[in-house]
Design a protein. Sequence first.
Length: 350
Amino acid sequence: MNAPGKIRLTEFSHGGGCGCKIAPAVLTELLASAPVRGLPAALLVGTETADDAAVYKLNESQALVATTDFFTPIVDDPYEFGRIAATNAISDIYAMGAKPILALAVVGMPLDKLPLDVIGKILEGGESICAAAGIPIAGGHTIDSVEPIYGLVVLGLVHPDRVKTNAAARPGDVLILGKPLGVGVLSAALKKGALDAAGYDAMIASTTKLNTPGRRLATLDAVHALTDVTGFGLLGHLLEVCRGAKLSAFLDMGKIPLLAGVERLATAGYITGASSRNWTAYGEDVALDATITTMQRALLTDPQTSGGLLVACAPAAVDEVLDMFRAEGFATAAVIGRLESSPARVNVGA
């Protein structure tokens, strides 16, 4: 965490991380009005199901996966901001089951407010994560902007038969979540000076952990759908899975992994504005058990910056999927629910 007198990046932005995404309802309206013309047959994944990345078939053995993701600071430390933003962007490639191959930097900075060494630390942090993922930053674009903005365009490769979308789940599939929830709550507490060192360390550890199991999960035929949980919260991204497959989800609140301390902080009111915007956007498609508290609902809609992978797989594959997560350091990966044949909605029980 920053020492007294240091520049606080979060003071320059109106929101932070994936919490600054356009609200789901507004985004749906914008996309509905956008023209769609002459999509090529080689475009395997476009905007139809709000998936994590576009996929374009190059040949019989290769498909190109392309994504971009950028946002305003979620933390004050410039190096960590760069790391978080880069991890978040690369996650979309893993969520399609692909191998990242290169990145381009997206940089907007208030040059009259931020020293060049601070901006340099942001770029350095992003490069360190790209190095960990084994990819170069091969270029990019920079502008002078009112708020600090950083992220990446990321390209990846996958076999066309191994693409994992968010829309191919099947009735009876089990739902597995790779990372615990609560990043938005921790970031809200950080911005108000209420997050202790342990909470900060937990937030950094979660948001800078690359979702590398996605590549191995793509090799399993029993993994039917894959996405990552980011700005729309667990409920929002799960609803995308449900709508794509025309299924209902049943979640067990008691089995959903949470970052340490977030229940206490959420109860104390450290909740982002994006959480309530998310609920307003899709709450009518969610049925909550009467025992689910306001705090628990806030965690289900909590925007996850660089959140975990959400997997829909056949019941027989659960142990293998969990083993893949744990082999790559995701000790809290857990079964959180199931999918069934009924109208697309999410049902949450205690």
